[in-house]
Ligand binder design. Sequence first.
Ligand SMILES: Nc1nc2c(ncn2[C@@H]2O[C@H](COP(=O)(O)OP(=O)(O)OP(=O)(O)O)[C@@H](O)[C@H]2O)c(=O)[nH]1
Ligand SMILES: [Mg+2]
Length: 332
Amino acid sequence: MSLKSTMEIRKCEGCGITLQYSDDSKVGFIPKNKFKEGAIYCQRCFKLKNYNEKVYNDSLIVDEGLIDKVNATNNYAFFLIDFLNINDESINTFKQIKLNKTLVISKCDLIFKDINLERVKDNLRKSYDIKDNIIFLSSKKNQNINQIFTTLDKNNLKTTFILGYTNAGKSTLINCLKGNKERIIASSMPNTTLDFIEIKIGDYKIIDTPGFSLKTTFNKKQEFELIKKLNPVYFVSPINYQIKEEQIFSIEDRLYLKNFGNNSATFYMSNMIKIKKIYKDEIDNYKEINVNEDNDVVIASLGFIHVKKKCTIKVNEEYYNLISVRDSILKK
Ligand SMILES: Nc1nc2c(ncn2[C@@H]2O[C@H](COP(=O)(O)OP(=O)(O)OP(=O)(O)O)[C@@H](O)[C@H]2O)c(=O)[nH]1
Ligand SMILES: [Mg+2]
């Protein structure tokens, strides 16, 4: 027997992590007998797949070195961002990828039907100064999936990374490209994929990657219920408010926005997020943000608010770093 077979290293086909049977508190754990039997999933992925049992581990930091590792190759890269997570931080990470790349706006089935995607694409280019290819797709509805292969062919490459923030739908896309044989585990929990997973599809090699985590994020990591809400499962129907001077918006009873003046604002967020209009608050520390006509007020990890008229809004200081303003990506 060769030395190699006695020290066999195998990776979990669900999340990419190296399997181990020595410590059940660490990632990659699999009971020894299952390992010997040749099981393909670590215990976490097995439970996710078979019982939809979600274990949230906030100690996982998987971003480190990922960009450098990717940039050291000659592969192509698709970088997925879902419609509600287009913000300064996610676009900035996209720009740090030095390979030939495409920005993929994922989960398009969640975007309301009347939206003119070509216009959104042009506006995105202008707002964020993006020169790369941009495509919109939905793995759930099988829309535009083939553009992955046509883009690779155009660039004369066979190997590509699928990159993006956690929950952007990278693993779901790869399973979809593979004809939904569902080997890679996809779930609404952050950090489902833990290491690179190489999948062969015909002549192509598609590499799934662990998702980046937003540094500026709305949820405090341990808040399991909130994390679930941030990942929209249902169609995102925009909610329009005709705002009166004194109205204050309370989002999930913690983020407060006010001073819109007499205005019109449309919220694009997961419909599970609790938005209330109130007239009184007990917040002492507010910070100001200048908003121009037809701007989006972006709230990192939540979505955005399309505001019609120029105003100087106020946000409670605690959440100030989540907010950025851009020319609306829905601008006509
Ligand atoms: N509506 C909709 N949901 C999707 C789509 N693609 C993925 N999802 C859902 O988004 C969630 C995250 O999907 P994953 O494929 O695990 O995301 P990921 O980018 O691989 O996440 P990490 O592995 O954590 O980095 C799951 O609940 C999926 O069902 C899509 O096209 N439409
Ligand atoms: Mg994944």
